[in-house]
Each structure stands twice: as C-alpha cells, then as structure tokens.
Design a protein around this ligand. Structure first.
Ligand SMILES: NC(=O)c1ccc[n+]([C@@H]2O[C@H](COP(=O)([O-])OP(=O)(O)OC[C@H]3O[C@@H](n4cnc5c(N)ncnc54)[C@H](OP(=O)(O)O)[C@@H]3O)[C@@H](O)[C@H]2O)c1
Length: 291
C-alpha cells in the first residue's frame, strides 16, 4: 500500500499501525510524493508499485482556504482527480478520505451517505469536488470528522496547551460532531481492507457518538496529567466568528460502514483516553528534557 500525506494526522497513524503479515506500507510525505504533480504521482506509483493507494493528503486549513481557494481546490479536488485517474489506469485501488464539512449542518438528524451535501465554505466545497472522481473511478471515499491524535497538531493538543498556559478558556458549545481519533481511522481502513481488498463507494467513518467542541475540550483537559486547574467557559458560534462557517450539526452516521464491513470505531471518550495517555507521556518526556 502507498499512503500519501504521511506527515499528517491520519497518514502518520496509517504509517505506524500494526498491519498483518502480507501487508506492506510505503508512507510518503508531501516532499516524497506531491499529489498536485502528475509526474510526482507517477514516480511514486512506479517506485512503490502498490495494490492500494490510501490518500491521506489534503489541504486542511479550513479558515485559510477561504483566502487560498485555488490551492485548496488544487490539492483537494484537481490532485485527487489526477490520483484517481492514475490509480484506475494502473488497476490500483484507491481509498480517499473526505469530511463532514461537505454538509451545511442544517439537518436535525445524523448525516447518512444518502443525505445531499451542501458545503458552506471553500474547504468543504473543494473536498466534495474531490469525492466525485474517486467514486466515478471505482474507489472508496471515507468521510470522517473532528480528527485528533497524538502525532500532528489538532484541537485536542491546542486545548491541552491552552489549559497549561491559562486559568480560563472559552470554547464553542453549540456545534455538534463526532470527535474521531486518527488512529481509529487508520484501524478502520485496515479492517475494511481485511474484509475487502478493493472497497468501493461512499462511507461515513467517524466515532459512533457525538460531542460539542466544549465537551471535547473539557474531556481532553480532564485527561491531562499532572492535573491542571482551568475554567472552561461555554460560548456560542456567534461569539467566536471564523472566516469559514462551521456546520452546527456535522454528526456522521457510520452505520453503513458497520453493515458493509463489520467495522465500527470506538466511542470518542474511550479513544481520547488512549490518545491522552500518549500525549501525557510525551509531555512528561518533554518537561523532563527541559528541566
Ligand atoms: N483534521 C480534521 O479534523 C478532519 C476532519 C474531517 C476530515 N478530514 C480529512 O481527513 C484527511 C486527513 O486529514 P488530517 O487531519 O490527517 O490532515 P493533516 O494533518 O493536515 O495532514 C494532511 C497532510 O497532507 C499533506 N499535503 C498537503 N498538500 C499535499 C500535496 N499536494 N501532496 C501531498 N501531501 C500533501 C500535508 O503536508 P503539509 O502539512 O506539509 O502541507 C499534511 O502532511 C484529509 O482528507 C482531511 O480532509 C480531516
């Protein structure tokens, strides 16, 4: 297998995951394989000769995308089309990761794959445009949400840092989603491949339970060792304006993934304990090194 975007949250978890014997993984960073270059894609495919490509590369800066629309569309749509064509032409399977931000968040139910997307920002728009060529050429699109982990920057790590620096922080409490550990996405992809080596179609792949950003912040801070004393205030989306609008409901219903492959991700609080243990160990090591 060839993994793109190997320095990112999901790419790095795919790279370090335990794969069963018979599975070999080549995880390539942007410097090693730039998916916006046809030449780079073809060189990568030629050198690795994979059976499957897992595309974890993306332009994920949701707010910056509003200004950098061209780059977001290049990486998240045009490049994915290049990758989809190159893999289809060479009879290579493709698993591509997409996002809950393809939805506008106006629904009052959990989003299923059959719900019509309607992105409200450049990032979601570019990611939706990237889904089409993958599905059109027989690949698998796995939409996930609110990704966090121990290896690359994310909301959980930001909350832990702020909790160590401040006595009070304010977090949005009126947006709902499914916080999903990057390691669980990697495991789910592995487990899908163990069932079907050429998965196709659109699937939601997120934690089975929901939270607000405030819930996630409080739970993440609660896991910090040694304990910190910080007040976490609830604020509304209106009190925290961002360049890109966020869906107020981006809960993904991942039942189809379970029905098709028997794969279900663990509840987010359980996954958070696992990720936090690694972050605590890193924090202890870093503070030991600096004292
Ligand atoms: N993060 C979330 O909360 C979230 C939520 C829903 C869905 N997703 C989706 O999940 C997937 C993985 O996200 P993530 O959180 O792991 O993202 P991430 O941590 O931002 O990693 C993305 C990686 O892609 C690399 N990259 C950017 N442009 C590239 C290019 N042209 N060629 C090759 N690599 C390139 C980035 O490198 P540089 O950093 O050097 O640019 C980065 O290492 C993405 O498809 C994302 O849209 C993420």
């Amino acid at each position: 297998m060839l993994v793109t975007g190997a320095a990112g949250q999901v790419g790095s978890e795919l790279a370090r995951l335990d794969w069963p014997s018979g599975y070999e993984i080549a995880a390539l960073t942007k410097a090693q394989m730039d998916i916006s270059s046809t030449e780079s894609i073809l060189t990568g495919l030629e050198s690795v000769k994979p059976d499957i490509v897992i595309n974890a590369a993306a332009y994920t800066a949701v707010d910056k995308a509003e200004e950098n629309s061209e780059l977001a569309h290049t990486v998240n749509a045009t490049s994915v089309e290049l990758l989809a064509r190159a893999t289809a032409l060479n009879d290579i399977g493709l698993i591509h990761i997409s996002t809950d931000y393809v939805f506008d968040g106006e629904s009052d139910h959990w989003y299923a794959e059959t719900d019509p997307p309607n992105p409200t920002g450049v990032y979601g728009d570019s990611k939706l445009a990237g889904e089409e060529p993958v599905l059109g050429m027989g690949g698998m699109v796995a939409r996930t949400s609110w990704v966090y982990g121990a290896l690359a920057p994310n909301f959980v790590q930001t909350m832990r840092r702020l909790a160590n620096e401040r006595t009070e922080i304010s977090v949005v409490s009126d947006q709902y989603g499914c916080p999903t550990a990057a390691v669980d996405i990697a495991r789910a992809i592995r487990d899908v491949l163990l069932v079907d080596q050429r998965p196709t179609g659109l699937f939601h792949m997120a934690a089975p339970d929901d939270a607000t950003w405030w819930d996630l912040a409080v739970a993440a801070i609660d896991q910090i060792e040694p304990k910190v004393d910080v007040r976490v205030n609830k604020i509304t989306t209106a009190q925290y304006p961002t360049p890109a609008a966020r869906p107020k409901n981006s809960r993904l219903n991942s039942d189809k993934l379970f029905e098709s492959f028997g794969v279900r991700l663990q509840p987010w609080r359980k996954a958070l304990v696992e990720v936090s243990a690694e972050l605590n160990a890193k924090q202890a090591k870093d503070s030991g090194a600096s004292s």
